[in-house]
Design a protein around this ligand. Structure first.
Ligand code: SF4
Length: 676
């Protein structure tokens, strides 16, 4: 019997990074069990305490570790412990960002000599081949010398990299049994400390070739599919289990959801589950980059949950060429948004800062175009230099690029006396984009995230659009105003920028030396350092700065409205802004629900009365977009209530462990505040 440990470790010092079930190792495990069921004992590990609890008595012979940007150091640390305990264990690592180039591979094996083999690309077949060799009695050394397909190893004596040829890949996803349906994942459903979210692979691969992504390789160009029957069974299992857990998202491993016919079939399955189990409320997936009519069909089919996330990364033509990226056509992008709104779905997009060839002006132009197109959420990421992507080699050719290192948000642990930090290498300056531009854009990104993304103020945004005010100009106005205010909102912006600089280090060693000192490590534990800064500060602005942020938001709107050529009198504009202030103070200050234990009880006992001159709630539900001015009302007042469902949702989140609660709230604040 061969004991096989498959590990996708997560730091759990502050919440977990990936709240999903460890799908990739589950698939490898179930493929191995299918091939060698009588001869293997396969166990999956996501948490290091489970691993330590079992391995001394169980003694694994083979260990596979998944390496991602957020857990590479942790995975390697655990692999080294296993090697020290069991010198004969065979250690295999894989994942999207393993080193591919010769130089990086040699460095990797020199730093981690306990790893025997790397698997390049999909793991099921090469891992299964390694299992077959071990079952035949081959040693790790034999397997290294064999140069098996899809493997990379290092020959210490000759200091050379040993590469197997390109291996076969799975043709249909059903060749790999579902790890959920076979019961291999059962332990993760029962895990008590965190509720892990279901993660389904509907298809694998992507027809595009963006150079910043490991899926750009031709290996992944032809997508493969899971059968409808398999997906139906998985969804039935999840619906049954997660019914009532509104806060648990369904994650889909699908790079272009909605583009293909199969996605519509899957959407029908999800709809049935939503009707039957009242779940899932939120679905996490990226939508496709062509065939918008198919995507719209899928959006219409689902009852809830899909954020139409057409990522753009940039709209600058030259930059798109530099990264071999094909975006959704702009007219299709607009069509998709229009349709998303029509069906009350949130539309979102992502941009990447510091892509090769981008300038400050061209990037701001992209932001303006995207926001003024009507998108409801915009996330701006900093470019990461990821091993295993074509961009990694592309960037090497530009020595002027400045890279810095930072901790992947919340990804650190202290195990025994060892400090473990997972870090990411980010680009903060290119020949066309200065470091000062980087900081300025980060500040604007924070304002966008706080004011625009969290769906707190959609009514105001619609009203400004109705009056031909550019939302981009409004956000830029807020950004420049906040810098001068001297109140808690400006302090939050300054702290955000200060931390944006503080989180960057010249090298990984420097970062590790600093945080390995107890007093500095404690700052990570307390959340003073090492968080996702956009999430942390959006959360702070919502929970500890709602009023000043609302004030600057309305002041900037007022200024632009007064200076514009619309027919509204100053007095009318002031009354309208007062109404928005009253409406938002009562309906969007989510912090009160969780900070003040008595708040819910008090409003249930005596619901507050909201007086408005203009009937914002009823105007906002009109789809024909008639003017708010026509909604000057005299029919009375509003009182405030929470539905049973909202109360249950609030209570579920309020009762969670503080770390899990903070992660959930940061997610909600990012785009679902309206649900509360
Ligand atoms: S479309 Fe998405 S998954 Fe496909 S190559 Fe580009 S970034 Fe990667």
């Amino acid at each position: 019997m061969l004991n096989i440990a498959l590990c996708d470790f997560n730091h759990t010092t502050i919440g977990i990074h990936t709240e999903t079930m460890p799908l990739a190792i589950g698939l490898i495990g179930s493929y191995i069990i299918k091939n060698y069921s009588d001869n293997v004992d396969v166990r999956l590990f996501k948490f290091e305490d489970d691993f330590f609890h079992e391995i001394d008595t169980w003694k694994p012979d083979l260990m596979g570790i998944s390496l991602y940007a957020w857990n590479t150091s942790l995975g390697l640390h655990m692999a080294q412990i296993a090697k020290n305990k069991f010198p004969n264990i065979t250690l295999v690592a894989g994942g999207p960002n393993i080193p591919i180039g010769n130089e990086e591979t040699i460095e990797f094996f020199k730093n981690s000599p306990f790893i025997d083999l790397l698997i390049n690309k999909d793991g099921e077949i090469p891992f299964s081949t390694i299992v077959s060799k071990l079952l035949l009695g081959h040693s790790s050394k034999d397997i290294i010398d064999d140069r098996l397909p899809s493997t990379i190893a290092f020959h210490t004596k000759s200091q050379t990299v040993l590469r197997g040829e390109k291996g076969d890949k799975i043709k249909i996803l059903d060749e790999v049994p579902s790890p959920y349906l076979t019961g291999l994942m059962d332990k993760f459903f029962k895990y008590k400390k965190q509720t892990l979210a279901p993660f389904i692979e509907t298809n694998r691969g992507c027809p595009y070739a963006c150079t910043f992504c490991h899926t750009a390789d031709t290996y992944y160009n032809k997508p493969q599919w899971a059968s409808t029957e398999r997906l139906q069974q998985e969804m039935e299992m999840f619906g049954h289990y997660y019914s009532g857990h509104h806060d648990v998202r369904l994650f889909l491993a699908d790079n272009n959801f909605g583009m293909f016919k199969q996605d519509y079939d899957f959407a029908k399955t999800v709809r049935k589950i939503q009707e039957k189990y009242n779940w899932p409320r939120y679905i996490d997936v990226t939508t496709g980059k062509s065939r918008p009519e198919n995507i719209v069909k899928v959006i219409n089919e689902l009852k809830w949950g899909l954020v139409t996330g057409a990522s753009m990364q940039t709209l600058t033509e030259d930059v798109l060429k530099n990264i071999s990226r094909k975006n959704l056509k702009y007219k299709d992008y607009l069509y998709l948004q229009e349709q998303s709104k029509k069906h009350d779905r949130i539309s979102a997009t992502e941009l990447i800062l510091c892509l090769p060839g981008e300038t400050f002006d061209s990037f701001l132009k992209t932001i303006k175009q995207v926001i003024d197109s009507g998108i409801e959420q915009l996330i701006i990421y900093t470019l990461m230099n990821l091993n295993g992507t074509p961009l990694y080699d592309q960037l090497k050719k530009t020595p002027e690029i400045i890279y810095k290192y930072r901790i992947v948000p919340r990804q650190f642990s202290k195990l025994g006396s060892n400090y473990i930090f997972d870090t990411e290498e980010v680009v903060v300056q290119t020949p066309t984009f200065s470091y000062e531009d980087y900081l300025e854009t980060r500040g604007l990104a924070f304002v966008i995230q706080t004011i625009y993304n969290d769906s707190n103020f959609p009514e105001l945004i619609n009203f400004l659009r109705e009056n031909n005010i550019s939302i981009y100009d409004w956000l830029v106005e807020i950004h420049s105003k906040i810098k001068l205010l001297g109140n808690i909102a400006s302090e939050q912006l300054s702290s955000f920028l200060w931390e944006t600089e503080q989180e960057l280090w010249e090298s990984e060693e420097e970062l590790q030396n600093y945080y390995s000192q107890d007093q500095n490590y404690n700052k990570l534990i307390s959340g003073e350092l090492g968080c996702n800064l956009l999430s942390k500060y959006t959360y702070l602005s919502r929970f500890h700065g709602f009023k000043p942020w609302l004030e600057v938001t309305l002041d900037s709107a007022k200024l632009l409205l007064i200076n514009s050529r619309n027919s509204l009198s100053k007095k009318k504009i002031e009354t309208l802004m007062q109404d928005f202030s009253t409406f938002y103070t009562h309906s969007r200050d989510i912090g009160r629900l969780f900070k003040d234990d008595n708040f819910l009880a008090s409003i249930q006992k005596e619901p507050p009365i909201i007086k408005l001159t203009y009937d914002i709630p009823s105007w906002s539900t009109k789809t024909d977009r008639s003017s708010l001015i026509k909604f000057q009302q005299n029919h009375g007042n509003y009182s405030m209530h929470y539905s049973e469902e909202q109360l249950t949702n609030i209570q579920t989140i309020a009762s969670q462990d503080p770390n899990e609660q903070s992660v959930k709230l940061q997610y909600i604040i990012k785009g679902h505040t309206r649900d509360f």
